[in-house]
Design a protein around this ligand. Sequence first.
Ligand code: FES
Ligand code: FES
Length: 157
Amino acid sequence: MQISLEVNGERVDVQVLPRVNLADFLREHLHLTGTHVGCEHGVCGACTVRLDGEIVRACLMLAVQAHGGSVQTIEGLSDSDEVADLQAAFRDRNALQCGYCTPGMLMAAQDLLTQHADPSREQIREHLSGNYCRCTGYQAIIDAVESTARSRRERVS
Ligand code: FES
Ligand code: FES
């Protein structure tokens, strides 16, 4: 099927098989390998991307369902520096080891921070509860998101 969409601000017109999911499409057709694939059934959050402003699990969507939409991946957020402070906080707090979960964590954390300037630790936990990390443990990740929220608030005040 022919589909047209925007990916990280660039228009993409391609032919895809109807059965190709959005995660595989991003990784294999567009070589955007920052979108990771873990469980492939909507549980781990590694494949989280933004579609028309909302975070979605790219393994649960077909690429054809994104036709006409606007997708942002971790590469887009990273290149625009939208999450530069979050990435720095993850590094500073040792909130990653293998990094497999990190793109999805950053996508979900940024989604929370765009909705809540001052989330409680409980709200951070809740928002990231669909993103699994198998090696770092969650404490440092929560710390990194909390400290980013704090520094963003300080910057605007
Ligand atoms: Fe999509 Fe796990 S790979 S949620
Ligand atoms: Fe390895 Fe999270 S840093 S799975």
